[in-house]
Design a protein around this ligand. Structure first.
Ligand SMILES: *Cc1c(COP(=O)(O)O)cnc(C)c1O
Length: 419
């Protein structure tokens, strides 16, 4: 018999990825407990035991999002599906949407509005700056027929965080619903859906939740559900897969009927990662991201490196660092050496920031002291080798003393509380 031309051209064996330290913009590293959960035997998506687990998932997600919204659940698909689901359900053709853009992901929101036949009114801010509430106020005064306001809470392409609470309150004052991207913020910095009155919010499983990629936790309030239900018969949602009216049949309060096959094992993993978050405590998770960010910052600054984003709105989980002038031509070499010599992944700049910044993620399970120290050490070693004036050991010393002073002040606070 002749060899089939469809056969692979090389011998293929089982795939074994290397162990990497993941300090890019996501995915983050995954806790072994989460990986173990995902490898358990599959069961049916209507198995009563699975259905009970779905209910726990919804409760755990309400905790993560700080909301009582009934409709809080994971969509089958990455963060981009969460984004698309919000726009396709909440923006009917011809409707006007104000989109705040201060980085890559705001740009994708505009694309979403246009593709569902809406009109995007774009409010731009510098990349590295937060969305400006005054500009939103002005845009809504000029466009009183605006139905929805959309913005990114934590812009992963720049490391800047916007004031979600203020932006939402301005949108509501002008009668618009809100869509908030919390892909990078959820579990890393405070996200308070009920307190901030957010209407629709989406996130991703692979950033600060440190779960396997491919799930998008969302939460919608009653105003959103009302709007979507009104589109059930006339003005139907263009996407069959994402139409919430249909998805509700599986994830809603009353029924569990087949819509599409749920990503069973990924949902096992999400259940475990949310349980880890609950065990740690949300506030402790936020504090951990800040603590390791501060130690990392001390180390980077000791190497003479500077942040892109001002301290007041800098994300602890996404550190954007200006690449020194002398290294901008060879910055790809730095990232390549970190990966090849230290098994360390960091992120490159995107769009206008390509070649200008590096992005160091400290997300979820990746946010730990050994990663901070490894990264400072590896970066110092590579930079020195490439002729940049850093002294090996300086950054580590600065990070160690930052940790020590944080320990000391935490101990003092404990003593004061006990007194
Ligand atoms: C990563 C990210 C997304 C997209 O998520 P995917 O899971 O890659 O589809 C959207 N918005 C922000 C702010 C992100 O960081």
């Amino acid at each position: 018999m002749t060899k089939s031309t469809y056969a692979p051209s090389k011998k293929i064996s089982s795939f074994h990825p290397p162990q990497r330290t993941l300090m890019g913009p996501g995915p983050s590293e995954i806790n072994p407990r989460v990986l173990a959960a995902s490898s358990l035997p599959s069961i049916g998506y209507l198995d009563p035991i699975f259905v009970d687990m779905m209910d726990e998932l919804k409760q755990l997600l309400r905790y993560a999002y700080q909301t009582h919204n009934q409709l809080t659940f994971p969509l089958s698909g990455p963060g981009s599906v969460g984004m698309e689901s919000c726009f396709v359900n909440m923006v009917a053709p011809g409707e006007k949407v104000v989109v705040m853009r201060n980085g890559v992901f705001g740009g994708r929101m505009i694309e979403n509005v246009q593709r569902v036949g809406g009109t995007a009114v774009v409010v731009d801010d510098e990349w590295g700056e937060p969305c400006d509430p005054q500009k939103l106020e002005d845009a809504l005064k000029k466009n009183p027929d605006t139905k929805v306001v959309a913005f990114v809470h934590a812009e992963t392409s720049t490391g800047a965080q916007s004031d979600a609470k203020t932006l939402v309150s301005i949108a509501h004052k002008h009668g618009a619903l809100t869509i908030v991207d919390a892909v990078t913020s959820l579990a890393g910095t405070p996200v308070k859906v009920d307190e901030w009155n957010i209407d629709a919010i989406y996130s991703g499983s692979q950033k600060c939740l440190s779960c396997v990629p491919g799930l998008s936790p969302v939460s919608y309030n009653d105003a959103v559900i009302e709007k979507v239900k009104a589109r059930r018969d006339t003005n139907r949602v263009q996407s069959w897969f994402m139409d919430l009216n249909l998805v509700l049949g599986y994830w809603g309060e009353t029924t569990r009927t087949y819509h599409h096959t749920a990503p069973i094992n990924s949902l096992f993993a999400l259940h475990e990662s949310l349980l880890l978050l609950k065990e740690e405590g949300l506030e402790n998770s936020w504090a951990r991201h800040m603590r390791h960010h501060l130690a990392f910052k001390a180390g980077l600054e000791a190497m003479g490196l500077e942040f892109l984003v001002k301290e007041a709105y800098r994300l602890p989980q996404m550190n954007a660092i200006r690449i020194p002038e002398s290294l901008q031509k060879t910055e790809a070499e730095v990232r390549k050496r970190l990966l090849n010599e230290f098994n360390l992944e960091i992120g490159a700049g995107l769009g206008p920031l390509a070649g200008k910044i590096w992005r160091f993620g400290l997300m979820g399970y990746s946010c730990k002291p050994e990663n901070v120290m490894l990264c400072l050490s590896a970066l110092g070693s590579v930079l020195m080798d490439m002729g940049h004036p850093v002294k090996v050991g300086q950054a580590e010393a600065a990070a160690h003393s930052a940790y020590a002073s944080m320990h000391a002040s935490a101990a003092q606070a404990k003593l004061r509380a006990a007194a």
